[in-house]
Design a protein around this ligand. Structure first.
Ligand SMILES: Cc1ncc(COP(=O)(O)O)c(C=O)c1O
Length: 473
């Protein structure tokens, strides 16, 4: 007789779960019998032969189910003494004992971040994730995972997977005019991650960091968190006013392709002046290239980094705007002397992008799906932009509409930004006042209009509402 209470095949009636799938059903029924102690610790399982006869399945099916129970630690298979239930089942190693029977606390409902939802008219700088081909993305993740062995998943690549960095460098050479190689690229979770790494690595408390005024508020805040003194530099029609840059500054942050938020492009002469300043002041230039893929009237200028013969520009790019905001993958192209220090900070924070997303993106770039998506989304955004502009009254002044995901609407003389935004909110429009982006400069009243994450029908409907507000202002 066996050591424990031997369950016989008769104790285990044919389970209904077998009808859904034989191997899985047999595994589920045997595991359930072990967990509810119908098959207690150390008891012998019926032989696969007797169980096969009773359950009307093949022995092969049961062998596979027994093997799985064995590999997961539920049973032992010993030559000559059959299959026995293990003394300690795996659940006891995996799950901590429940501390008390206290009822679970009521969950706090998740609140989306205010003002950043897509499909809210006219929330700015949001892409339309519904243009993104999820099936193609799923195929890329699957192909990417199949193309690599477990070695890639185990190895620590703090700069990002070399294959992805090579694809990014290739893209930047072809589309942003940059002569860059994979070893200059560092994968991040986006531009803000890159700015945070730069702030922690390059800035010391008391250093001066120059930012555009008006400018992108998170850049200002991230540099301030690192203890830097923030020096706002005015922006003119040609972009950042480089003559105002102090020689004592440690870095200057710019958005040369489409100034955030005003939307002008930094002229070539200003770009050269900025690089001269960086060489003279021994300072870094941080180039934020957040929406340069979208140009509606002419070909884009090459990135500022393409002119950087002195290796002083830290280039920051992102896939979170041109693919979808929840992706959280971006990258930096960094000067040689900053590579090691930046990687040390990155390693320390442990904040890197998961291998699965990196592999999926690598395939997405390699297969041409990325460039196809850029072409289609650019076309859709241009149509939406044109539809929005067509709604506005004739005398309306708009700027920055030649590129990017937003434009600036200058309000009629005498109309205050906050008043206008309050009136707009009352009729369902979310507008960002330009003043929110300004630190010291005072500019005429204006609001930021996003159009890319709205359908054409939404744009036409809400565009008419906006036009009525402007006429009544
Ligand atoms: C100028 C600018 N830079 C960077 C970002 C954020 O990029 P990411 O989501 O990759 O951090 C934004 C987002 O709106 C932006 O407007």
């Amino acid at each position: 007789m066996s050591r424990g209470k031997a369950a016989s095949a008769l104790d285990l009636p044919r389970p209904d779960s077998l009808d859904a799938g034989k191997q899985q059903g047999a595994y589920d029924a045997l595991r359930a019998a072990i967990l509810n102690r119908q098959l207690p610790a150390d008891s012998r399982l019926p032989s696969t032969r007797s169980l096969a006869q009773r359950w009307l399945v093949s022995r092969g099916t049961l062998e596979a189910a027994f093997d799985r129970l064995h590999s997961e630690g539920y049973v032992q298979r010993l030559a000559g003494s059959g299959t026995r239930v293990c003394a300690v089942i795996p659940e006891q190693f995996i799950a901590a004992p429940v501390a008390s029977a206290a009822p679970r606390r009521e969950a706090v409902p998740d609140q989306p971040d205010a003002g950043v939802q897509s499909h809210v008219p006219f929330v700015a700088r949001r892409p339309d994730a519904s243009l993104f081909d999820l099936k193609s993305w799923a195929r890329c993740i699957s192909r990417g995972l199949q193309a690599v062995g477990p070695g890639v998943l185990e190895a620590a690549h703090s700069a990002g997977l070399p294959e992805l960095r090579a694809e990014i460098a290739d893209y930047l050479r072809s589309f942003r005019g940059m002569q860059c190689e994979a070893d200059e690229v560092i994968v991040t979770s986006g531009i803000r991650h890159a700015l945070d790494l730069i702030a922690r690595t390059v800035l010391k408390p008391g250093d001066t960091a120059c930012v555009e005024d008006p400018g992108y508020p998170p850049a200002r805040r991230l540099f301030a968190l690192a203890g830097a003194n923030i020096h706002g530099v005015a922006v003119t029609a040609e972009g950042l006013d480089t003559v105002q840059l102090p020689d004592t500054a440690r870095l200057a942050y710019v958005t040369p392709a489409h100034q955030a938020p005003l939307g002008m492009t930094l002229t070539v002469s200003r770009r050269l002046a900025l690089l001269d300043w960086a060489a003279r002041a021994d300072a870094w230039v941080v180039e934020d290239d957040y929406d340069s893929e979208y140009n509606y009237n002419s070909a884009p200028l090459a990135a500022l980094k393409s002119l950087d013969s002195g290796d002083r520009v830290i280039y920051c790019g992102s896939f979170n705007k041109n693919l979808f905001p929840g992706l959280r993958v971006g990258f930096m192209v960094v000067p040689k002397v900053l590579r090691r220090p930046l990687l040390r900070t990155l390693q320390l924070t442990g904040h890197s992008v998961g291998a699965t997303d990196q592999l999926g993106l690598m395939e997405f770039l390699r297969s041409g799906a990325f460039v196809r998506h850029l072409r289609a989304s650019r076309q859709a955004y241009q149509t939406r932009r044109d539809a929005l502009l067509a709604c506005l009254p004739r005398a309306t002044v708009v700027s920055g509409q030649q590129a990017g995901l937003h434009c600036v609407l200058w309000l009629p003389p005498g109309v205050a930004e906050d008043d206008f935004c309050t009136r707009a909110a009352a009729v369902g429009l979310t507008l960002q006042p330009l003043g929110r982006f300004c630190t010291h400069v005072r500019l005429p009243a204006a609001v930021i209009l996003g159009y890319t994450a709205l359908t054409l029908a939404q744009i036409r409907y809400h565009g008419r509402v906006l036009a009525q507000l402007l006429i009544a202002a």
